[in-house]
Design a protein around this ligand. Structure first.
Ligand SMILES: [Zn+2]
Ligand SMILES: [Zn+2]
Length: 255
């Protein structure tokens, strides 16, 4: 226990860690006490984060992490559930982390939020009689250009954190299609509809009737994930579960 404190103390000295959301210097005392998330978020962002997770879904009134509502596009595509931490607000703690992950490779923050999503995913696995370690994790890939520009893919970062937490395999089941080429295959209307979903199945990896967990950082209309889920189902995936840090608020009157 003592050596654990010492290693945390040394880590703190060398890393000089800042809050993943507001960039404020983290408190050494909090980190040493080992509070959950103290090495990722400052106390006020932590409080905001936890209260956002408890905000209720407009459709079913459950907290978002317990709610299994999803955009209609996604259920039509054959996805069974969407597991999210919170409704996305650009000024909220979860929302600001999503925005920061788009430009910074925040491993500890990804690990912290991946672990929380994993708890919801485990519960969902029970519903479908899946062993979490049997899940195959994959993600909706960014364009090569974006990856080059920022040096990482935030959906992959999150997917890796979740697969570590669940102890299951992760594979790149999708390849980003060369954008010009993919667009050429589509009609004008479809180009608009598929603007965010320009990837194809990576045939180097087989699905063989396994259940898949599909990860992205945020779900807005659900079009990108629906595109991916449909490809997975079409290729023989047994159950497709989806997970994201945030989702656009689902509204009752939007039916
Ligand atoms: Zn903060
Ligand atoms: Zn709901």
């Amino acid at each position: 226990m003592k050596s654990y404190r010492l290693s945390r103390f040394l880590w703190y000295l060398f890393a000089v860690p800042r809050c993943a959301v507001c960039r404020e210097l983290l408190s050494a005392e909090d980190v040493l006490r080992g509070y959950v998330g103290a090495d990722v978020l400052c106390p006020s962002c932590r409080a905001e984060w936890e209260s956002e997770k408890l905000e209720s879904c407009e459709m079913c009134s459950s907290p978002v992490l317990d709610c299994r509502c999803m955009p209609e596009l996604l259920s039509t595509a054959g996805a069974k559930s969407l597991i999210c931490l919170a409704d996305y607000r650009p000024d909220g703690a979860v929302g600001r982390l999503i925005l920061r992950l788009k430009t910074a490779k925040l491993r500890r923050a990804a690990k912290f939020s991946g672990k929380q999503l994993a708890a919801g995913i485990r519960r969902e696995c029970q519903t479908y009689g899946i062993l979490p370690r049997d899940l195959l994790v994959t993600w909706c890939p960014r364009s090569k250009e974006k990856r080059r520009k920022i040096g990482h893919d935030q959906a992959e970062l999150l997917a890796r954190a979740i697969s570590d937490s669940l102890g299951c395999t992760i594979q790149p089941l999708f390849l980003r299609a060369a954008e010009g080429q993919a667009q050429k295959l589509l009609g004008a209307q479809e180009r608009v509809e598929n603007a965010g979903a320009l990837f194809v199945r990576n045939s180097a990896y087989k699905i063989d009737g396994r259940s898949i967990l599909l990860v992205d950082d945020i779900v807005t209309t659900g079009a990108t994930m629906a595109h991916a889920a449909a490809l997975l189902r079409g290729d023989g995936a047994e159950v497709v579960l989806c997970a994201a840090l945030g989702r656009s608020r689902l509204r009752k009157n939007k039916k």
